[in-house]
Design a binder for this molecule. Structure first.
Ligand code: AHR
Length: 528
C-alpha cells in the first residue's frame, strides 16, 4: 500500500503530475508499481514560507548534569573554560549554530528566584531543587552566567519567568535588571554586579507547565494570571520582548482553547510541550539503548503523532488568531527514556541512539512543514539530560546522534520551505504500519535546495524517485547518518560510532533525482 502525503497546499492533478515528471518518471512508473519505488515531487519554485532558524533551538534546565558539569565548571576548573563556561561545549554548539537557548527551566523555572543567582558567587544563597532530586542548588550559575553563555555561543536568550511561586514584582525587576539601559534601581544593581550595558533578551516565557509543575492551575486561572504578569514584562531600551504564554502539554486542547480565548491579545507566542517514548506508560518508558524492533517501531509511530498534534493545536489557534500573528513555540520536545542504569533517576540522564536521531529528523521535518505557525522549537535538553546533544564525563565530552541531525539540518535555517508531494510505501510491523519515509525540503538564499529524508524502516532500503519541479539541477551531494544496529550510539570510549558520512547513492537525469536510502537512516541532499 502507498501512502500519499500532500505536504503543502498545492493544487495537483494527475495530468500535470505526469507531464511534470517527464520521460524519466514515465520510464520508472512501471518499476514503481512492481517494487514499491517511492515517488515524490518537490515544487522548487513554489515556496512561500520561511523556516525560522529558531525551530532549531535548545533548552537547558537546572536539572541533573545539564548546567553543572555540562555548561558550567567554574573559573577554577582544570577543564578549559571561559569565565567558568566549558570551551568544548561552546565550540560544539557553535558548530550546529544554535539560534536560541531557553533557561532556567522547565519545572525549575517556577521555583527559581533570580535575585539569589546574582552578585558575588560565594555570597549567593543556596536552595533545594525540589523537582529534580532535592539536590542543593548553589546558584553559581545565574543570570550573568547564562547571558554570558548566550553571548559566547552567539545565540538569542529565552528566559522563562516564575509564575508558580514568584511575584509580579520579581518578574518585572528581572526584565528591568537584564534589559534597562537607564538609571534605575535594577539597572544600577546590574552595573554594581559588573555588567554596564544591558543584554539583549529577545524571548521571555511567563511560566512553564502551569497546568502541572508550574502551579497546578486551571487554564482560566492561568490565563488571568498571565494577563496580569505579562503587563509588567516591559520592552526597555529598544529591547522588544517576545512574550510567550504557557501552552498545553501534548493533547491538552482545552488548555490551548481557554488560554487563546482569554489571553491572546497579550501574547506573541504560546508554547507546546511534547515528549515521546516507546511505551504508553510513563512509569516504564523503556531503555534508551536496549530495545528490539517493537520498541523502535513504537517510537517511530509515537513520533509521527507530532503531525496531528501540530495540526490540531494550530486549528485552535487559527480560530482565535486567523491572521497568524501568534507563534507556536514547541519549547520542549524529544524522547524520554528510563534513566541510564546506575544514575540518579531524578537527573534524567539517558543515552542517545540512532533511534533518537531518526525521531529528531521526523520532528524537525514536521516543524519545517508547519513553519508558518511553528516559529520556535527547543529540544530537551542540551547536555546530559533527556535527548541531549552533548554528554560530558569530567573533562570528556562527546556528541550524540541527535547532535548530528541538528548539524545536518542546519541548512534549513531561515530557508524557504518547499511544497512536497510524497507517495511512499509502508513500514509494517506485526499488524501495524506507518509511512516508511518522512521528508522536508527548502531553498536557501543562494538558491540551493536541501532535502532531508528519514527512512524509518530498519529492515528495508527505500528507493525514491523525485521530480524537482521548476528546477534545472546541475550538481548534487549528500550526507547520511546511519549504522549497522538500531541501538548504535556513541560512548566516551567509542565516540564516533554514529556520525554522518558522505552519501552518493543517487543519480540525476534532467530534473529527476533517483536515490536509495539505507535502512534506518537520515539523509540530507544538497542540489545546486
Ligand atoms: O524537561 C524535563 C521537564 O519536562 C521539564 O522541567 C518540564 O517542563 C517537563 O515536564
Amino acid at each position: 500500500m502507498f501512502r500519499k502525503w500532500l505536504f503543502e497546499e498545492v493544487a495537483v492533478v494527475t495530468v500535470v503530475l505526469l507531464v511534470g515528471w517527464g520521460p524519466a518518471y514515465a520510464a520508472n512508473a512501471a518499476v514503481q508499481e512492481e517494487s514499491g519505488v517511492n515517488r515524490m515531487i518537490i515544487y522548487t519554485d513554489k515556496g512561500t514560507e520561511r523556516i525560522s532558524r529558531n525551530i532549531y533551538g535548545h533548552f537547558s534546565e537546572h536539572l541533573g548534569g545539564c548546567i553543572y558539569g555540562g555548561f558550567w565548571v567554574g573559573e577554577d576548573s582544570p577543564i578549559p573554560n571561559t569565565r567558568g563556561i566549558r570551551n568544548d561545549v561552546v565550540e560544539a554548539l557553535k558548530k550546529i549554530k544554535i539560534p536560541v537557548l531557553r533557561w532556567p527551566g522547565g519545572c525549575f523555572a517556577d521555583e527559581y528566584h533570580w535575585k539569589e543567582g546574582i552578585g558575588p558567587r560565594d555570597k549567593r544563597p543556596t536552595m533545594i531543587n525540589t523537582h529534580w532530586g532535592m539536590v542543593r542548588e548553589t546558584n553559581a550559575f545565574g543570570t550573568h552566567e547564562f547571558l554570558d553563555l548566550c553571548e559566547q555561543i552567539g545565540c538569542e536568550a529565552y528566559v522563562a519567568g516564575n509564575v508558580g511561586s514568584g511575584t509580579v514584582e520579581e518578574m518585572q525587576d528581572w526584565v528591568e535588571y537584564m534589559t534597562f539601559d537607564g538609571d534605575s534601581e535594577m539597572a544600577n544593581l546590574r552595573r554594581m554586579n559588573g555588567r554596564d550595558k544591558p543584554w539583549r533578551v529577545r524571548y521571555f516565557g511567563v511560566g512553564n507547565e502551569n497546568w502541572g509543575c508550574g502551579g497546578n492551575m486551571s487554564p482560566g486561572s492561568y490565563a488571568d494570571l498571565y494577563n496580569r504578569f505579562q503587563t509588567y514584562v516591559r520592552s526597555y531600551s529598544g529591547n522588544r520582548i517576545v512574550k510567550i504564554a504557557c501552552g498545553p502539554g501534548s493533547e491538552n486542547y482545552p488548555w490551548m482553547t481557554t488560554v487563546m480565548e482569554r489571553a491572546r491579545r497579550n501574547m506573541d507566542a504560546i508554547s507546546l510541550h511534547h515528549y515521546v517514548r516507546g511505551t504508553g506508560d510513563w512509569t516504564r518508558k523503556g531503555s534508551a539503548t536496549k530495545f528490539d524492533e517493537s520498541e523502535w517501531f513504537a517510537l517511530m509511530k509515537n513520533t509521527l503523532t507530532i503531525y496531528p498534534l501540530l495540526e490540531n493545536n494550530i486549528e485552535i489557534m487559527n480560530r482565535f488568531d486567523p491572521r497568524g500573528r501568534i507563534g507556536l513555540f514547541v519549547d520542549e520536545w524529544g524522547t524520554w527514556w528510563d534513566a541510564e542504569p546506575g544514575t540518579n533517576p531524578s537527573f534524567l540522564y539517558q543515552q542517545n541512539t540512532l533511534r533518537d536521531a531518526v525521531s529528531a529528523g521526523i520532528f524537525l521535518n514536521a516543524f519545517n512543514k508547519y513553519c508558518y505557525r511553528v516559529r520556535m522549537a527547543n529540544i530537551a535538553q542540551t547536555i546530559n539530560v533527556l535527548q541531549a546533544m552533548i554528554l560530558t564525563k569530567g573533562e570528556k565530552m562527546i556528541v550524540t546522534p541527535t547532535y548530528h541531525v541538528f548539524e545536518m539540518y542546519k541548512v534549513h535555517h531561515d530557508a524557504t520551505l518547499l511544497p512536497i508531494e510524497l507517495e511512499c510505501s509502508d513500514y509494517r510491523f506485526g499488524n501495524d504500519s506507518i509511512s516508511a519515509l518522512n521528508v522536508s525540503a527548502s531553498k536557501d538564499n543562494s538558491g540551493r535546495i536541501h532535502i532531508s529524508l528519514c527512512n524509518l524502516d530498519p529492515g528495508n532500503t527505500a528507493e525514491v524517485v523525485c521530480a524537482l519541479e521548476g528546477a534545472e539541477p546541475k550538481e548534487i551531494s549528500g550526507r547520511v547518518l546511519t549504522a549497522e544496529a538500531m541501538i548504535a550510539h556513541n560512548t566516551f570510549e567509542n565516540p564516533q560510532v554514529v556520525k554522518p558520512v558522505t552519501f552518493n547513492n543517487f543519480r540525476l537525469e534532467g530534473n529527476i533525482l533517483t536515490t536509495t536510502l539505507p535502512t534506518k537512516s537520515v539523509v540530507v541532499l544538497e542540489i545546486e
